[in-house]
Design a protein around this ligand. Sequence first.
Ligand code: AMP
Ligand code: ZN
Length: 466
Amino acid sequence: MLKFFNTLSRQVEEFHPIDKGKVRMYICGPTVWNFAHIGNFRTFVFGDILRRYLKFKGFELTHVMNLTDIDDRIINEAAARNISIDEFTAPFAQYFLEDFDALGNERPEIIPHATHHIPEMIDIISTLLANGHAYESEGSIYYRIAAFPEYGKLSKISFSGNKAGGSERIDTDKYDKEDARDFALWKLVDEDEQPGWDAPFGRGRPGWHIECSAMSMKYLGPTFDLHAGGMDLQFPHHENEIAQSEGATGKLFSKYWIHSEFLKIDDVTMSKSKGNFFTFRDLKEQGYSPLAIRYLLLSVPYRKQLNFTFEGLQGAETTIERLRNFRSIISDLKLAAGSNPEAVASVTKALADFETAMDDDLNTAAALAAVHDMVREINTIMANEGILADDQAAVLDAVAKFDSVLGIFGEEASVLLDHNIEALIAERQDARHNRDFARSDEIRDELAAKGIILEDTKDGVRWKRK
Ligand code: AMP
Ligand code: ZN
């Protein structure tokens, strides 16, 4: 039974989506104002593991990951270059998706841009104004936290007595608010100021939090199953998303909330503002492989902090190579029919352990241990020449299952199993018999491309691997 730690309840809970067999999930995406660093990618690789494991468990998925393509940093950077915010963000959105793909992440079903959803944001703000959850002050629109008594239910931060700048976490911007905790939904801009959008409540631009309420509810409905993001988004971002969405609809926003812990470096959180970061591209340029970076990022369960070191990354590189070699060696074996009960037991146990680990709040460290145990045991059986053809197929099938979730074995160097080679040779013989030389040559070429050499002898066709 799949279980997650739900930030909302602070409990490990069984996962039951609202519609049986279907999961609607939103994971906050990047702000596309720069290259994403590997701390950001720890969160996105975690999101990918969550996605792939839900699929592994047989759920049908609608997964949304937004691109935040408007915020103060973006506006300032674009203005400094004298270009539009779209011109400024488009390349960074592209680089992000390139890095996201290169790290082996599956693309979510929907990747919406915030700036393409301004009308949806305006609708929510209009509803909040109409029902008393928002108010206007000096042309901008604020969320009235006093109108949402459940405020704080996600982050469990106590707000009692916390008026007028009582805490540094409170948004203390210069505008006039009823209460220091209140946050901007819509920021007034001048008539000719860019970017700006016309709204019934005045020309302006959206606050950050309203973007995610608008994009999640547009694609997933007012209530959906799962919302995730990095730890730092719990407060204020996710708390504010709940206040806006539930304030507007009166319905539960997301049933489960999952937050992943930070990637640190020298025990300090990796971040752009601290300057203590590596981008994916930095590490690739230094010769590290995307698979090893991915392995490192997922090797620690998501609720534990992970300290980045180059020794750790080098270790991941060695581990990946060992795993890939294992798969390629076992694929190449030419084996007698049958199966070895010891090998069967090892594969069965590894599959069961893997699923138990992942069911337990996505314990990737224990899931990897199950994979390594199987690799070690099968290596021993192979060394004793105890492996048979059915075991080979079972091991390769297990590796494919593990990798459908982990994505650490990488592309297969197109290996052909013996029985597939023999089937192609038989087909070639038939083609020759039928004087279909075009097909017979095609099969020879196909095999040659995969390193299989055919030799026609008077006793029939022999084959060997190059
Ligand atoms: P941003 O592009 O700043 O909106 O961040 C994108 C995602 O990266 C968010 O979910 C953040 O919580 C996450 N994030 C930022 N820094 C780190 C870090 N050092 N470790 C893990 N996740 C991070
Ligand atoms: Zn968000």
